[in-house]
Design a protein around this ligand. Sequence first.
Ligand SMILES: CCCCC/C=C\C/C=C\C/C=C\C/C=C\CCCC(=O)SCCNC(=O)CCNC(=O)[C@H](O)C(C)(C)COP(=O)(O)OP(=O)(O)OC[C@H]1O[C@@H](n2cnc3c(N)ncnc32)[C@H](O)[C@@H]1OP(=O)(O)O
Length: 204
Amino acid sequence: MFRFVDLSDAEVDALEARYGPLGASLRELVDAAIRTNAGDAEVRDAVATIEALTEKLRIDQIEGASGVHYNEAGRSWSWGNAAIGLRNAVAPPMDVQQSENGDTYAEVHLGAAYEGPPGMVHGGVSALLLDHLMGVTASRMTKVTFTGTLTLKYRNPLPLGRVVLSGEVSGEEGRKVFVAARIEGDQGIAVEADGIFIVPVWSE
Ligand SMILES: CCCCC/C=C\C/C=C\C/C=C\C/C=C\CCCC(=O)SCCNC(=O)CCNC(=O)[C@H](O)C(C)(C)COP(=O)(O)OP(=O)(O)OC[C@H]1O[C@@H](n2cnc3c(N)ncnc32)[C@H](O)[C@@H]1OP(=O)(O)O
């Protein structure tokens, strides 16, 4: 589930330098596909080109999903993750910063691919990003934590564009870690979240 890989940080950096631009260009492609007004012939041509590229990438594939990896230095990476995956065009990707006291912060640009109500961020996308940031907050990247209960209050619509997330641990009780977090846009706090994250019994 969490797989140890014998790679130095420099080797992980090199792999990220190879695959990061692939994820970034795929995100551009997704945005372009949503917003293009191209005609029949151009779109047919684009589909053929994309299918050829897909075939090229299929030549050498891993079994199943990407997984979560970590190395000797304690660095962890999950390139397929739905919220932070560097190689996943579905992920914005969110880069979670953690201060020394464990509080978390992320600044994300959410474009046309994350729309729910017109011009607004989809509520499920807010939930996804909050869940991940809160998981990192609970785990401090030192222990495994799973989301047990997530409670969300949607207070205001969240316009597409730059959004900011922040979170902190609000309590601990045995294997339960309580986390509070929120996501805000240009018009203030849009969603407030409380979560109970559990250190699974198998991970102790
Ligand atoms: C090995 C090397 C590892 C190195 C890794 C280093 C760093 C970590 C790396 C990466 C991770 C970083 C960040 C996080 C990443 C992503 C965040 C995304 C989060 C998710 O996307 S995650 C997926 C969705 N999530 C699930 O897929 C959970 C499915 N579920 C289960 O896997 C079990 O259900 C589990 C584990 C939750 C509990 O199982 P369990 O057997 O361990 O615990 P148990 O039942 O004994 O309960 C113990 C105490 O928790 C209370 N409790 C139990 N369940 C609760 C609940 N749901 N709500 C509120 N409280 C609950 C009980 O009431 C009791 O409380 P009390 O002690 O007071 O009685």
